[in-house]
Design a protein around this ligand. Sequence first.
Ligand SMILES: *[C@@H]1O[C@H](CO)[C@@H](O)[C@H](O)[C@H]1NC(C)=O
Length: 162
Amino acid sequence: MVKASLMAMVLMSVCISSLISFALAVEKFKVVGKVYCDTCRVEFETKLSEPIPGATVKLECRKVRDEAVTYSREAVTNATGGYSIPVEGDHEAEICKVSVEKSPRADCNEKMEAWEKSQVELTTQDGLADPITTANNLGFKKKEALPGCPQVLKDMGFPLTP
Ligand SMILES: *[C@@H]1O[C@H](CO)[C@@H](O)[C@H](O)[C@H]1NC(C)=O
């Protein structure tokens, strides 16, 4: 008897809390993006840049006023280096950023400022219509540049470095 009523209470509270979270935390946005390996160590994309599957990224929103964290979610990139992070609620007057956290590749795990973070707008208050926000590409720098890099960079119009 005690067991049964306890069970009922647990079930009821699960129902209520999921109803509440459904009402309060409707998924409004999605942040999508890709994580690459900078195989030429140049901090911009080349045709030799490789997508990194299994990389961890984190979306974090902070209040502009006191920098308190209001939302935080992690995701792992799929086979093509892509990720998709659901966003609940509206994040007006907040600064939201996606950042790379962890690389699964030992040969490509160096963080660099240019590809470490991307700021995203996650509010409908300023008339943003698209529920899917695409972040700038993120990535890690490879420990050693690929042998094909000098030619690729030359083709892109950069002088060969001795
Ligand atoms: C990887 O994730 C991206 C972003 O969600 C998606 O567009 C793409 O179709 C996914 N690819 C695979 C192979 O699942």
